[in-house]
Write a protein that binds this ligand. Structure first.
Ligand SMILES: C[C@@]1(CC(=O)O)c2cc3[nH]c(cc4nc(cc5[nH]c(cc(n2)[C@H]1CCC(=O)O)[C@@](C)(CC(=O)O)[C@@H]5CCC(=O)O)C(CC(=O)O)=C4CCC(=O)O)c(CCC(=O)O)c3CC(=O)O
Ligand SMILES: NC(=O)C1=CN([C@@H]2O[C@H](COP(=O)(O)OP(=O)(O)OC[C@H]3O[C@@H](n4cnc5c(N)ncnc54)[C@H](O)[C@@H]3O)[C@@H](O)[C@H]2O)C=CC1
Length: 190
């Protein structure tokens, strides 16, 4: 799979997740965090999914998968423990849908990286399916360098960058200052 890094806004996009076990629950949390409107199709659901359904955060259809379930979805996740069912989800999807197949990524058209967010900073680590747990390990190493002071640091950068851009300095000076601002990386705290 060719890797294309994007920052996507799923706000109000409809997502359907087939399955509601361990891996599906991880995908669902990620989709809810990203603002998607989530429908879950599964006969059995994890405690988290049942709770999200009870509190109206998502809609849970308690049944087995049928191809009609994919209609109108922008994002499709095949996350059951049955390779056959996951296969028929992939087969039933439309080429224009974003499809993640958790046991056979090559049948879908997107994968989910290991993630780390610090306010506006997002780090995504992918090994392209070579070793998901290595991606997690790399993410954990990076999380020490990019500790939680980074949320504040970036908020400060926004102000400093805006000040430079709106100042009366000439263009060359602005460029120089902006470059220096970006270089100011790991020394100062907060
Ligand atoms: C291709 C990809 C597709 C996708 O997007 O789903 C994929 C595929 C597969 N994963 C498998 C196994 C496991 N994956 C994890 C964990 C994570 N897997 C994630 C991503 C991805 N996994 C995508 C590639 C990312 C990359 O390479 O960088 C993470 C990073 C992100 C996330 O899931 O949110 C998340 C860490 C979450 C966190 O902690 O932050 C664990 C551990 C656990 O679940 O606790 C195990 C069990 C241990 C083991 O098997 O190593 C299997 C074999 C399944 C089987 O046995 O049938 C396949 C299928 C295959 O091998 O092709
Ligand atoms: N991509 C990843 O990060 C990982 C992928 N996996 C793969 O993900 C698969 C799922 O693993 P878990 O979430 O641990 O399984 P699980 O056993 O916790 O959950 C399975 C879910 O599938 C549902 N299901 C079964 N048949 C269905 C049907 N016909 N229609 C709709 N829903 C149905 C069940 O009701 C249940 O909610 C594993 O088989 C494995 O291949 C496993 C670990 C990590």
């Amino acid at each position: 799979m060719k890797v294309v890094p994007i920052m996507a806004d799923f706000h109000d996009r409809s997502a359907v997740v087939i399955g509601a076990g361990k891996v599906a629950t991880r995908r669902i949390r990620w989709l809810l965090d990203a603002g998607a409107r989530v429908t879950v199709v599964a006969p059995l659901a994890s405690a988290s999914v049942r709770q999200w359904a009870d509190t109206g955060l998502l809609s849970w259809k308690q049944k087995t998968f049928e191809p009609e379930d994919l209609r109108d979805a922008w994002i499709v996740v095949a996350a059951t423990d049955s390779p056959e069912v996951n296969d028929s989800v992939a087969a039933g999807s439309h080429p224009r849908q974003w499809v993640n197949v958790v046991d056979r990524p090559e049948r879908g058209n997107f994968q989910v990286p290991a993630r780390l967010t610090r306010g506006r900073l997002t780090l995504a680590v992918s090994t392209g399916g070579a070793s998901p747990l290595l991606a997690v390990r790399i993410r954990d190493v990076l999380s020490e360098l990019f500790d939680d002071t980074w949320e504040k640091r970036l908020e400060k950068k926004i102000r400093e960058r805006r000040e430079i851009k709106e100042s009366g300095m000439d263009e060359a000076e602005k460029q120089e200052r902006l470059k220096r601002l970006a270089m100011d990386f790991g020394c100062e705290k907060g």
